[in-house]
Design a protein around this ligand. Structure first.
Ligand SMILES: [Zn+2]
Length: 649
């Protein structure tokens, strides 16, 4: 803490200032704080189990063999160096041999791979021109649908290509140099000329991409297209060839999340020269494989992606890179070994009690709302009653049967794992919906809400101190993990969740009055956040971060109620001179302890749906109990008159 800061001047600094003044961001990181400490702990634990697996001489085809060999192959830099760039020959030759638009369409289809959940992410990071997500159909809860997402940009977002601001222009120059270096390292002729043409091409692709805000707007993204619509709506691509190569030729309909990107891509298939396509695909293939290539490629990818874009001065040690790559490929096999060692049944039980209390508190708040019509409240209660909350790990573990992992084939393993993941998603199409499937691996320090399944996942990796500690006071536990649980619960009822009913169908279950009164409050919160200016030239985008800001406010409000209810008739114990209320809000603020580099902050402000951590703490200024707990008065910088405090839930 920094007790020289008044709580009402900057509550983040009051709670974290002592730490903040001394905290140094590790050279291989873009930020430090609670997230970093939890990641370090999870990394150490995961490293131990992967190293044990690599030495275990486990039965061929077992999960232990797969995770051990995957990890060991990435660590084996001598073999990677000896094999050199020739591991890319097959991929690069196929690109070089492209003869016409049909062959190009076929290649693009064959490169379709699994992408992120667009309902939980506005960042799309596939290196390929489109990504696939398979989830319960937004418009029919009884089946899965394939979702097509935009992709294919080497930089994080369209704004990196189109924003005229000087820092973005400088990044484009560096990106072009990066492309030239990658091509030169691969022994490709005229790298500088090609890099310039590739950047120009990606600018055209970026212009067709949807913005982050539009990606989060269901009225713009829920676009069912019949398979037969593609040729008419997106001319230029040979869609028959594309879908056949993608293994999706039998699929009758799709949800096209980013229609402008699909249309723009198809037009580029016809409108660009084949040579530009070949150069572009070569560069994307090299970037995509870089982590598994010789050191010169790894270093160059680090220099641009981590250093220039993320502001990270030093690369991760090889074992950490290997660990994350293994997590990406075999996350649930790693997670199963992780929870067997690190998540005892007592922890699962204790957290399920907090979940129960927060859900109950949320239900009471719904009943007490003055802006929601009684019929709407009944629908909300139905949704709350059928909410499926997963704590720690899934009931059924994902199988990796059929995935071949070979010791010494780092890039080959990566390619097979990607294809395995893609095919297992395609295989879900036509199967009954599995409501218990998890979207996050258990060892991760994060949590999520799955709106179409009306389900929440709280992985074991986040259910640790300081978020949850059996040795802490109840006030601190409800203020930290309780607020996170409330945050995720509220996503089921916020501007996103209110568009899904209890079965995950996209339905407007609110009356027009409910919606306009909700939007009035939501608009006030968007304005509150848009007024914050973390960098001299960049303010928070209150609209981009609105869902998350509503969730933070709702989460801490419900957690506070849950904590007060858990006390029953007994008074809250004081600790270290702090009242129960003070412990609650301090634990909340300290759970967001964080310090980031300027470049990382800049990237987050452009792409992240969450506000920077210190501003997430500032949401306490909307809560009356916080003013009372810390004697915050008019004239304090964080003070808001009662009428300006936003109350959504
Ligand atoms: Zn959230």
């Amino acid at each position: 803490m920094d007790r020289t800061v008044k709580p009402g001047a900057d509550f983040f600094m009051y709670a974290n200032g002592g730490w903040y003044a001394k905290a140094e961001i590790p050279a291989d990181r873009a930020s430090t704080g609670v997230d970093f400490r939890l990641a370090e702990q999870a990394e150490q634990r995961t490293r131990d189990l992967l190293e044990a697996a690599a030495l275990a001489k486990a039965a061929a085809g077992s999960d232990t063999q797969k995770i051990g060999d995957y990890y060991a192959s990435v660590l084996d830099e001598a073999t990677i160096e000896a094999r050199g760039i020739k591991v890319m020959n097959k991929v690069l030759d196929r690109i070089a041999r492209l003869e016409d638009g049909k062959a190009l369409s076929e290649l693009l289809g064959s490169q379709l791979r699994a992408d992120v959940d667009p309902l939980n992410n506005t960042s799309f990071h596939t290196d390929h021109v489109l990504g696939l997500f398979v989830e319960q159909d937004l418009n029919d809860p009884t089946r899965y649908a394939p979702y097509l997402l935009q992709g294919g940009l080497g930089m994080p977002d369209r704004s990196y290509y189109l924003d005229p601001a000087a820092p973005m222009e400088a990044l484009r120059t560096k990106y072009q140099a990066h492309l030239a270096t990658m091509l030169r390292l691969a022994g490709i002729k005229d790298p500088a000329g090609k890099a310039a043409r590739i950047l120009a091409f990606e600018k055209r692709l970026a212009a067709a991409h949807a913005s982050r805000e539009d990606s989060a707007d269901l009225t713009k993204t829920n676009n069912p297209w019949a398979r037969t619509d593609f040729a008419g709506k997106a001319p230029g691509m040979d869609w028959d060839a594309f879908f056949k190569a993608a293994g999706l030729d039998a699929q009758a309909s799709f949800i096209v999340w980013h229609p402008s990107a699909v249309t723009g891509l198809a037009a580029l298939v016809k409108g660009e020269t084949l040579q530009t396509w070949k150069d572009y695909l070569t560069a994307r293939a090299l970037d995509h494989a870089a982590a598994f290539l010789p050191k010169a490629f790894v270093d160059e990818a680090f220099a641009f992606y981590a250093k220039e874009l993320g502001g990270v001065p030093a690369p991760l040690p090889r074992w950490k890179q290997a660990l994350y790559l293994t997590d990406d490929a075999l996350g649930f096999a790693v997670g199963k070994a992780y929870v067997e060692r690190h998540f005892p049944p007592e922890a699962k039980k204790a957290i399920e009690t907090v979940v129960h209390d927060v859900v109950t508190a949320f239900g009471k708040r719904i009943d007490a709302l003055d802006w929601m019509a009684p019929a709407t409240k009944a629908r909300a209660q139905e949704k709350l009653a059928t909410l499926k909350v997963g704590v720690g790990y899934p009931d059924t573990w994902k199988s990796y049967e059929g995935l071949n992992v070979v010791r010494g084939e780092a890039l080959g393993n990566f390619g097979r794992a990607e294809l395995f993941e893609y095919r297992s998603r395609v295989k879900k199409l036509g199967q009954p919906v599995d409501a218990g499937e998890w979207a996050m691996v258990p060892q991760i320090d994060d949590a999520c809400n799955l709106p179409v399944r009306n389900a929440l996942n709280f992985p074991a990796g986040i259910l640790v101190p300081p978020n949850f500690d059996v040795a802490s006071t109840a006030a601190a536990n409800y203020g930290a993990i309780g607020a996170t649980i409330g945050h995720e619960v509220s996503h089921s009822f916020d501007d996103q969740g209110s568009q899904f009913d209890a079965h995950g169908r996209v339905t407007n279950w609110w009356t027009a009055e409910d919606l306009s009164r909700f939007q009035g409050q939501a608009g006030a919160l968007a304005a509150q956040y848009s007024a914050y200016q973390p960098l001299p030239d960049v303010a928070i985008n209150g609209k981009l971060t609105l869902s998350e800001n509503i969730a933070d406010l709702a989460g801490i409000t419900a957690a506070y109620d849950a904590w007060r209810a858990s006390l029953g008739a007994s008074p809250a114990p004081t600790q270290d001179g702090f009242t129960g209320d003070q412990q609650f809000f301090l634990a909340y603020a300290q759970s967001w302890q964080s310090k980031e580099r300027e470049q990382a902050l800049r990237m987050a402000l452009a792409t992240d749906g969450h506000a920077p951590p210190n501003y997430r703490v500032w949401t306490v200024r909307n809560i009356d109990a916080w003013y009372a707990a810390f004697d915050v008065k008019e004239g304090d910088p964080m003070y808001l008159p009662p009428a300006q405090r936003v109350r959504v839930w």
